[in-house]
Design a protein around this ligand. Structure first.
Ligand SMILES: *Cc1c(COP(=O)(O)O)cnc(C)c1O
Length: 394
């Protein structure tokens, strides 16, 4: 008897329901027209907002660091795996974000999960938006603090939770995504920050999709909303617009030094290879030296959203380059995604558990490096496939 038989049964059920996901294979670099599963497709499925995954300066920095320092760091940060490049990157990010200090984790996921679980204990309280990223949710669970979820962007509901908790012992953490990854809307950071101040709560934002996208030179939502000095914990990613891999936490020196001692992924998982740190360092130069990339990203975003809306698609509440095309049921979203792919557009179908039941969608993300022709062709394909599948009228 196979004790793992239930896994095969579950997979069969997913195949039956049309929600089984085969991994598509990217056979070229991550570029606007990419080779995927043997086809040239317009790539609307990456987080490579600024086209930095293939930027010559990042590529060169990675190669040079590899030649000079090898391919691995050899240990976790707290044993012997802290290289000069790691510290240079953290100092660079802290200056860029205008904060006291920064610590880099292996990914945005570990930055969130490692930080939330480290700074709160079981007697504490977390007040969290219902659509916050999975890495925040996992961090909350690992902390063993009490979790209070408020409806998406409902500041009044968050206020009621904080007011209810006002007399109770334990610290309070108010936490939101800066940009919500599945809907592309922006968190109500000014209102939540004011709430945190009123109730003496710790304020934390996950800027994974705002890093390199919102704020001056892509400094994120704190800069976008002019909240400098008022958000205690800012998480960002190096894996999306920055084009490489990693996550970072910005805040006070005490916060960062505390994470050096208690951030479990920092303590128990090996640090980045030199190539990763060097490429990230080069990326921050690009953010400052080539602001036209961010302008092109937003120009393309406006153009593509307007085209989808004109065609009659429902694009939800998006305010950023993440534009969902709402479909409804997960099986329909996956079918739409497959039909788009066969017609030459790569855009991922997303259903439960990543988004709630009935809110399945195809998610599109344009980048700075898509040309007008790419976007026009993608819109034409969306229109014809959308009509064929009766998602829009004739
Ligand atoms: C992608 C994402 C992360 C994780 O970042 P990685 O660097 O890919 O691990 C965290 N939070 C949000 C909101 C994200 O979208």
């Amino acid at each position: 008897m196979n004790p793992l038989a239930y896994l095969g049964e579950q997979l069969a059920a997913w195949r039956e329901a049309g929600t089984y996901q085969r991994l598509r294979v990217l056979e070229s670099e991550c570029v606007p027209v990419a080779r995927v599963d043997g086809r040239e497709v317009i790539n609307l499925a990456s987080n490579n907002y600024l086209g930095l995954t293939t930027h010559p300066k990042l590529r060169e920095a990675a190669l040079e660091a590899t030649r000079k320092f090898g391919v691995g760091s050899g240990a976790v940060r707290t044993i012997s795996g802290t290289m000069r490049l790691h510290l240079d990157l953290e100092e660079r990010i802290a200056r860029f974000k205008n904060v006291e200090a920064c610590v880099v984790f292996q990914s945005g996921f570990t930055a969130n999960a490692g930080t939330v679980s480290a700074i709160l204990m079981h007697e504490d309280h977390i007040i969290s938006d219902e659509l916050n990223h999975a890495s925040i949710i996992d961090g909350c669970r690992l902390s063993r603090a009490k979790i209070h979820v408020f409806p998406h962007k409902d500041v009044d509901a968050a206020r009621r939770k904080l007011a209810d908790l006002a007399g109770q012992p334990g610290r309070k953490l108010l936490i939101t995504d800066g940009v919500f990854s599945m809907d592309g809307d922006i968190g109500p950071l000014p209102e939540l920050t004011a709430l945190a101040e009123e109730f003496g709560a710790i304020m934390m934002v996950d800027d994974a999709h705002a890093s390199g996208v919102l704020g001056r030179n892509g400094r994120g939502t704190v800069d976008h909303f002019q909240l400098h000095g008022r958000v205690h914990v800012q998480v960002g990613t190096l894996s999306k617009a920055v084009g490489v891999l990693g996550g970072y936490v910005c805040g006070s020196r005490d916060l960062i030094e505390y994470l050096h001692h208690r951030g479990r992924p920092f303590l128990f998982s090996t640090s980045h290879p030199p190539a990763v740190a060097a490429a990230c360092l080069a990326a921050f130069d690009i953010l400052e030296q080539e602001p036209e990339r961010i302008e092109a990203l937003w120009e393309n975003t406006r153009y593509f959203k307007a085209g989808l809306a004109a065609a009659g698609f429902q694009t939800g509440l998006s305010e950023t380059p993440i534009t969902p095309v709402m479909v409804g049921e997960a099986a329909a979203a996956h079918a739409f995604s497959r039909a788009l792919f066969d017609a030459g557009v790569f855009a991922t179908g997303i259903g439960y558990p990543t988004v709630p039941h009935g809110k399945a969608r195809v998610r599109t993300i344009v980048t700075a490096t898509h040309t007008r022709e790419h976007l026009d062709r993608a819109l034409e394909i969306f229109r014809s496939v959308g009509r064929a599948m009766r998602l829009i009228g004739e």
